[in-house]
Design a protein around this ligand. Structure first.
Ligand SMILES: [Ca+2]
Ligand SMILES: [Ca+2]
Length: 437
């Protein structure tokens, strides 16, 4: 047994939190290191030294204003003090230790994949193998998630029953980190009235199915669940129309609670970014998007379109689209994005736009013959059903995943892959209190 103290740039952190790490072994099991057990923390933020200042601002806000016991560590320290085959294994071992010693409930990965590496799970979707970047690796703390070579077959011991709620701030610079922290603090300090504003954004999913190929049916099920949960929601709908055999695009009329918005206030054109003006004008809290996407398109906006947002209240997005949260910036059909950022990441790291996005890191999983159910869609239904009372966003997502995990044949690849690829880009402690409406 050997004492290890933090060195160099970690000294100020050491002084702040009084950390002494003790190396107790190198087995593959829990507890390589022992954090001070006299402390108790709920929320753990991990970032690197370069982005420490913006995330310290968030940590201070959580501690001082929200009474959320928060602690912040850097990958620079974890790299030195925790064992593991690579940085992601070291970070995961550290999270295990923080969970075991402090009872950490929430973890924010404060950095894009260049700072907090992506773990790739070997997943199966409809018989095709996929490499799925998943932050469930940092949330499901049982097993070792290692690739097992068994003859020619590869298998992983994954853990979909998460111990902690994980979100990622996919930021690479101080500017992006400050944007993220500004929006997160802003969201946490709003008045609650706006929280009832929900936009359902639907596209045509399978054109040759006619009306049955529209997202309307699935979103209407979500809408019914929302109404059942809380009649106080102010729900808006922007759905595709079918013109003949063609996709007509989003209807010019933004529907509000089943009635049309008067012409003088509805979005101004039939352009595909119709919803920008709606979002900017009406301050939505939650946008549920069921449509198509790739690493450069989400909600029919391209990466550069994020500049069109001027909304002062950042919103949450739940998107069922393919690659909506491909935080490694990779699309199996199109390759790498220029800066390895997908459109969903741009929404999160820009000054305006979204504060958090729950979306897929790879292709959404469902059937083109029947679009009202399937792994990706059932997860969305479950998410809506689990929006209840005072919960934090990470908890709602985890409850949805657990419900699906417990009730489905999760040994079948599609369901496991759908859970793994659904990631939260955002602070997992965002308040999601709809009970006060
Ligand atoms: Ca577990
Ligand atoms: Ca990225």
């Amino acid at each position: 047994m050997k004492n290890v103290t933090l060195k160099g740039g970690a000294i100020c952190l050491l002084a702040t939190i009084g950390l002494i790490l003790v190396l107790v072994g190198t087995s593959a099991d829990l507890a390589y290191c022992q954090l001070p057990s006299s402390e108790k923390h709920e929320y753990l933020i991990i970032t690197n030294k370069a982005l420490f200042a913006p995330f310290l601002r968030l940590s201070n806000f959580c501690n001082n204003t929200e009474n959320l016991n928060t602690v912040i560590y850097t990958t620079d320290d974890i790299k030195i003090n925790y064992p593991g085959a690579d940085l992601k294994a070291k970070i995961r071992n550290f999270i295990k230790d923080a969970y075991k010693t402090w009872g950490i409930k929430y973890v924010l990965l404060g950095g894009d994949t260049e700072i907090i590496p992506a773990f790739y799970m070997l997943g199966m979707s409809q018989g095709v193998s996929m490499n799925i970047p998943t932050d469930m690796y940092y949330a499901g703390l049982d097993g070792d998630w290692q690739v097992i070579i068994n003859g020619r077959a590869k298998r992983q011991q994954v853990d979909m029953d998460a111990e902690v709620c994980v979100g990622r701030a996919p930021v690479n610079s101080n500017q992006e980190a400050n944007n993220f922290v500004d929006k997160t603090i802003r969201y946490k300090t709003y008045g609650k009235e706006w929280q009832k504003n929900v936009l359902l954004l639907g596209e045509c999913i399978v054109p040759n199915l006619g009306r049955a190929g529209l997202a309307n049916g699935a979103l209407d099920i979500a809408l019914a669940a929302l109404r059942q949960r809380d009649a106080g929601h102010d729900i808006w709908q922007l759905y595709d129309v079918i013109k003949g055999r063609a996709i007509g695009g989003w209807d010019k009329t933004l529907l509000r609670n089943g009635g049309n918005v008067p012409p003088d206030s509805h979005p101004d054109s039939h352009r595909d970014n119709n919803y920008f003006s709606g979002v900017n004008r009406f301050d939505f809290n939650l946008v549920i998007h069921f449509g198509h996407g790739n690493r450069t398109i989400i909600m029919r906006q391209a990466n550069a379109d994020v500049a069109s947002f001027t909304n002062s209240n950042p919103f949450l997005v739940y998107s069922l689209a393919c690659y909506s949260a491909a935080f490694d910036g990779y699309d199996e059909e199109r390759g790498w994005a220029a800066d390895r950022d997908c459109a969903g990441e741009k929404l999160i790291t820009a000054k305006y736009g979204a504060v958090a996005l729950i979306g897929n890191s790879r292709g959404g999983i469902g059937s083109t013959k029947q679009i009202l159910s399937g792994p990706t869609i059932d997860l969305m239904y479950s998410f809506v059903r689990n929006m209840k009372g005072k919960m934090r966003l990470g908890e709602v997502l985890q409850a949805a995943k657990k419900e699906i995990y417990d009730s489905r044949p999760h040994n079948i690849g599609d369901w496991e892959a759908a859970i793994a690829e659904l990631n939260l880009l955002g602070d997992p402690t965002l308040n999601f209190d709809i009970s006060i409406l």
